[in-house]
Design a protein around this ligand. Structure first.
Ligand code: AMP
Ligand code: GLY
Length: 429
């Protein structure tokens, strides 16, 4: 079977690395293509130049290259309905339909669905004008949680400590800082607790738990400074003990999958639940309709089963026929190396060396934002590399991950040196 993977980041490099090991590719002679990919993805796939926004061209290309299965990495093409177009042409797709991708594409949609299905989440109000939103602020005590309804590349959430900050943020949101994503805003009750991510594969009926992780969203050490897409992650998230995992499936994931199917929008693909562990149990913070980046890197580092089989089964309604996936008991950690300036304007073009040295010690260096210029690997994006290692404890995984980071020669880059601190403090307590 020939497979096409869409995307260009660290998440897609991790998916490509595991898909290349799948029996479909490694044993049965299939070809793994990736578009547009990056230099790291190019080491384990055949790169092609395709615009995921041009559905007709993607379909024609798949037909011309006998591609029977497309794996969509990022959320934007899913929210845009690419999976529907491909399925309409008889091509299997890993990733939800446009209707089902609303779980990520519209925060208001998800909150309403939670209400209809009785899923635990923060109280909320949807507002489609500044006046409505400002009036609704009175219903919540600070800190005020304000979210642009649509996709905003991870930047659409504002936590305002004071009423004044909230007023100002609402003015900016309705003034268009998030473009069309901010024409509607969701105001939420603030939830107190530790956050963790839970991943489940589903084909619309069967649910297969697919690992847990925690990430560090802030750019600075000690979880300070502006938010980013994620500066590092580790898996498993041990705070999600078996009881909490059971709770999350029973009270959040399963009712979501059931409700979506009942309402004629069956969800297939990966459901990535951001959870808040509150004194009343896990509550849903948000859903994503794709794997996390960099959470995917640590999941793939631990996955021992054939990724291709699971993704294909999710796409074709046959997850019930597979045994539970196997994950290594090891901890995996990834440290993101970003270009100076990130999450503002990152410095482009800085040279990168030493990846082979870093990998010689067992690390896997996933490319996130890299390019080749005159034969040199250079930075080409905010998050540039995702340096991933395994260990028997979080402390060991961290120690080995930073040994690998220290082999990398990337003068215009930086990373946090404290990924996993919370878990390491718990380990040594
Ligand atoms: P989201 O994009 O919805 O995941 O929000 C980004 C981040 O904002 C989350 O990871 C949380 O840290 C925080 N956040 C979102 N909603 C809430 C909430 N209702 N209460 C507390 N923190 C929240
Ligand atoms: N690392 C957070 C995300 O992928 O949304």
């Amino acid at each position: 079977m020939n497979i096409l993977l869409l995307g260009a980041g660290g998440r897609e490099h991790a998916l490509a690395w595991k898909l290349a090991q799948s029996r479909f590719i490694a044993d049965e002679g299939g070809t793994l293509y990736a578009a547009p990919g990056n230099p790291g993805i190019g080491q384990c796939t055949t790169l092609v130049s395709l615009d995921a926004g041009d559905h007709a061209t993607v379909i024609a290309w798949c037909e011309a290259h006998s591609v029977d299965f497309v794996v969509v990495g990022p959320e934007a093409p899913l929210v845009d309905g690419l999976a529907d177009s491909l399925r309409g042409a008889g091509i299997a797709v890993f990733g939800p339909s446009k209707a089902a991708a609303q779980l990520e594409g519209s925060k208001g949609f998800t909150k309403d669905l939670c209400e209809r299905a009785g899923i635990p989440t923060a109280g909320y109000v949807r507002a489609s004008s500044l006046a409505e939103a400002t009036a609704a602020l009175d219903r919540f005590a600070p800190p005020h949680v304000l979210k642009a309804d649509g996709l905003a590349a991870g930047k659409g959430v504002v936590i305002a400590e004071t009423r004044e900050d909230a007023d100002e943020a609402l003015q900016e949101m309705f003034g268009g800082v998030f473009g069309a994503a901010g024409t509607e805003v969701v105001l939420e009750e603030f939830m107190e607790g530790e956050e963790a991510s839970f991943f489940a594969l589903t084909d619309g009926a069967t649910i297969v738990p697919f690992g847990t992780a925690q990430d560090h969203k802030r750019v600075g050490e000690g979880d300070t400074g502006p938010n980013t897409g994620g500066m590092g992650a580790y898996s498993p998230a041990r705070v999600l003990d078996p009881v909490l995992r059971g709770d999350a499936i029973e009270r959040i994931i399963a009712p979501t999958v059931r409700q979506m199917a009942e309402e004629g929008m069956p969800y297939s693909g990966v459901l990535y639940a951001g959870l808040m562990l509150t004194p009343e149990g896990p509550k849903l913070v948000e859903y994503n309709c794709r794997f996390g980046d960099p959470e995917c890197q640590v999941l793939m580092m631990r996955l021992e089963s054939d990724l291709g089989e699971y993704l294909y089964a999710a796409a074709t309604g046959s997850l019930a026929s597979l045994p539970p996936p196997r994950f290594s008991a090891d901890v995996a950690m990834t440290v993101v190396m970003a270009a100076k300036g990130y999450p503002g304007t990152p410095e482009k073009g800085g040279k990168i060396g030493g990846i082979e040295r870093a990998e010689a010690g067992g690390a896997k260096v996933f490319h996130a934002g890299t390019a080749l210029r005159d034969g040199h690997l250079v930075a080409h994006g905010g998050r540039v590399l995702s340096v991933t290692q395994r260990g028997q404890s979080v402390a060991e995984a961290q120690h080995k991950a930073y040994l690998a980071v220290d082999e990398i020669d990337f003068p215009t880059g930086f990373c946090r040196r404290d990924i996993g601190w919370r878990e390491i403090a718990r380990e040594s307590a």
